[in-house]
Design a protein around this ligand. Structure first.
Ligand code: HEM
Length: 485
C-alpha cells in the first residue's frame, strides 16, 4: 500500500516537473531547465544566502529576464522597476508572505502587509515623520549619537573595532530615540545588545522558513512542528519592541518622537496607538539593518581604494568647520561624499532584490513582454546595478561616475538603473533619513580619525551572503586620531 502511494506520488512529481518545463505559461522565458522544473534550486540558494549572486550569474548567462523558478521571473532591466513597482498597472501587492513579515496571530497587519487603504493611512503618517522637512527637528538627536560614537572610538584601548557593529549600534540608538523616545544605550553601555544582535538571526530564520514552506509537504511539517521554534526569536524581537513602546506610551518625553508626532496630527490623519506599536518593529528593522549594511560596505571599499579615501577625507575636513554639530545643510555640500555613497549603493545595495510582487489575474506587460497573472516578479537590483550594460567598468568602485562630467568616462552610464529604494506607492519612506545618517556618520568618522585595516577586505566583500539584506562579517578597522588637516 505504502509502495503504491509512493509510486503515485513519484508519478505526480514527474508529471508536475514535465508540465513546468514543457507546458507552463512561462515556458518561453529563458533560464536553466532545473530552475524551470522545480523550486529546489532557488530554495537552496535562498537558504544558503547565495541567491543574489546566483541571480547575477543567471542574468549574465541568460539575459535581462530569467525564469528562476517555475512561477518566478527575475529582471535585470531598469524599465522593469517602473513596470513592476511604479507603473499605472503595477500590482501594488506585496507577496503575501506570512512568515517573513506578516503580523503574528491576532495582530493586525503592518505597513508591509496591510490592505491598500490601511497601507495608505500608515504610509501617510510614517512618510511624513521621516520626511526631509521633519528631519531638521532631529538634527540635535543625530548629532548626540554621532558624538557618542566618536567618544567610544576615542576612549577605547582596543586595537581594532568591528566598525560594522558600531555603526549598527549608532543607528539602533538613533532609531530607538525616534521610535520609543528613549536611548537604547547601545553605544554607552551596550544596553539592549542581545536584542540588536538578534535581528539578523531571526531575519535569516524567517527567510529560510519562508523558502522551505513553498513546498506543500514542508509547509505541513512547519505548521505542526517548526513554527513555534522558528518564530520564537522573531517574536522575542517584536515583544521587546512592544514593551519599549508601552513604556513610551506611559511617559512624557521632551524630544520629538514618533508618538508625539502621530498624536499631533489632525484627527482624520491619525492612526491608533495600537497601530503605531504594531509597526515599530518593522520600522526598526527597515531603518537599522539597511543603513549599517551600506555604511560598512562603503568603509570596506574605501579601505581598498586609498586615493578615494584620501580625497574624501580631505573634502570632509575642508568643508566641515564644526564637527560637534553637523546639519543636513552642511552635509549636502559634500559632493564627493555623495558620489562615494551612490557608488556604494550601486555596488552593494543593502536590499539586493526589491521585494517581489505577484502579478494580478489579468497579467501585465513588463519591459515590453507579457507576464501572465499569478507570476511572482521582482527586480534583482544587485544584478542590475552591477551590469556592464548600464555602467562602464561596472565591477570597479568608481565614485567619479556620479560627478557631473558630461564628457567624462562615465557620461554614458545609465544612472536610472540604480533604484535602491524602489519606486511607486510602496517605495522606501526612509530615503531622506538614510542620506542624512550616512553622510553624518561618514563625516564624523573621517573628520576625527584616520582609518586603516589589516583585514583582507577583498575577501570580506566577496564572502558576503544575503537573506533579504546582506549579512556582514565583522569589519575590523583600526582608528587613530587624525594627524593631518
Ligand atoms: C540604506 C537604506 C535603505 C534602503 C536601501 C531601503 C530600501 C527599501 C526598499 C527596497 C523597500 C521596498 C520597496 C518596495 O517593495 O517597492 C523599502 C521599503 C520600506 N522602507 Fe526602506 N530602505 C532603507 C532605509 C530605510 C529607513 C531608514 C527607513 C525608516 C524607517 C525605512 C523604512 C521603510 C519602510 C517603512 C518601507 C515600506 C514602505 C511601504 O510599504 O510603503 N527604510 N526600503
Amino acid at each position: 500500500m505504502i509502495l503504491i502511494a509512493l509510486l503515485a506520488l513519484g508519478i505526480l512529481i514527474i508529471l508536475q516537473l514535465l508540465y513546468n518545463v514543457l507546458w507552463h505559461p512561462l515556458k518561453a522565458y529563458p533560464g536553466p531547465t532545473t530552475a524551470a522544473a522545480s523550486r529546489a534550486r532557488i530554495t537552496y540558494v535562498t537558504i544558503t544566502g547565495q541567491k543574489s549572486v546566483w541571480l547575477q550569474n543567471l542574468h549574465q548567462r541568460y539575459g535581462p529576464v530569467v525564469r528562476v523558478a517555475p512561477n518566478e521571473l527575475s529582471y535585470m532591466k531598469h524599465e522593469a522597476v517602473r513596470d513592476i513597482y511604479g507603473g499605472a498597472h503595477a500590482n501594488g501587492h506585496l507577496l503575501n508572505d506570512d512568515i517573513v513579515f506578516a503580523a503574528f496571530e491576532n495582530d493586525k497587519a503592518t505597513i508591509l502587509t496591510a490592505d491598500e487603504d490601511t497601507h495608505a493611512r500608515f504610509r501617510r503618517v510614517f512618510a511624513q515623520f521621516f520626511a526631509r522637512q521633519n528631519l531638521t527637528a532631529f538634527e540635535p538627536l543625530f548629532n548626540k549619537y554621532c558624538a557618542l560614537l566618536v567618544r567610544r572610538l576615542e576612549t577605547t584601548e582596543q586595537n581594532a573595532f568591528d566598525i560594522a557593529e558600531l555603526f549598527s549600534f549608532t543607528v539602533f540608538d538613533v532609531m530607538g530615540h525616534l521610535l520609543f523616545g528613549q536611548s537604547l544605550q547601545l553605544l554607552e553601555k551596550s544596553g539592549c545588545i542581545d536584542w540588536a544582535r538578534g535581528q539578523p538571526g531571526w531575519i535569516r530564520a524567517s527567510v529560510t522558513a519562508a523558502a522551505l514552506t513553498e513546498f506543500p509537504i514542508v509547509k505541513g511539517i512547519y505548521q505542526w512542528l517548526l513554527r513555534a521554534a522558528i518564530q520564537k526569536p522573531r517574536k522575542r524581537y517584536f515583544d521587546f519592541a512592544n514593551q519599549l513602546m508601552r513604556q513610551r506610551l506611559h511617559k512624557d518625553v521632551h524630544d520629538p518622537d514618533l508618538v508625539a508626532f502621530a498624536t499631533s496630527l489632525p484627527k482624520a490623519d491619525r492612526i491608533s496607538e495600537e497601530e503605531v506599536t504594531l509597526n515599530t518593529p518593522i520600522l526598526m528593522l527597515a531603518g537599522t539593518e539597511t543603513i549599517s549594511c551600506l555604511l560598512s560596505s562603503l568603509v570596506a571599499d574605501l579601505l581598498r581604494h586609498h586615493n578615494v579615501l584620501q580625497r574624501l577625507t580631505a573634502e570632509v575636513r575642508a568643508t566641515i568647520s564644526d564637527p560637534s554639530f553637523i546639519s543636513i545643510a552642511d552635509v549636502r555640500k559634500l559632493k564627493y561624499l555623495d558620489a562615494c555613497i551612490k557608488e556604494a549603493f550601486r555596488r552593494y545595495n543593502p536590499v539586493p532584490e526589491i521585494l517581489p510582487r505577484v502579478v494580478g489575474p489579468g497579467g501585465i506587460l513588463v519591459a515590453g513582454r507579457w507576464v501572465p497573472g499569478g507570476t511572482r516578479v521582482y527586480v534583482s537590483m544587485y544584478a542590475t546595478s552591477n551590469a556592464s550594460e548600464y555602467f562602464h567598468n561596472a565591477d570597479r568602485f568608481e565614485p567619479d561616475r556620479w560627478l557631473e562630467d558630461p564628457h567624462g568616462l562615465y557620461a554614458g552610464d545609465c544612472r536610472a538603473a540604480l533604484q535602491p529604494f524602489s519606486v511607486g506607492k510602496r517605495s522606501c519612506i526612509g530615503q531622506d533619513m538614510t542620506y542624512y545618517t550616512l553622510r553624518l556618520l561618514m563625516c564624523s568618522l573621517l573628520w576625527h580619525f584616520d582609518i586603516s585595516s589589516e583585514l583582507d577586505v577583498n575577501e570580506w566583500l566577496s564572502g558576503q551572503k544575503a537573506w533579504e539584506v546582506w549579512r556582514r562579517a565583522p569589519l575590523l578597522v583600526r582608528v587613530e586620531q587624525r594627524t593631518s588637516s
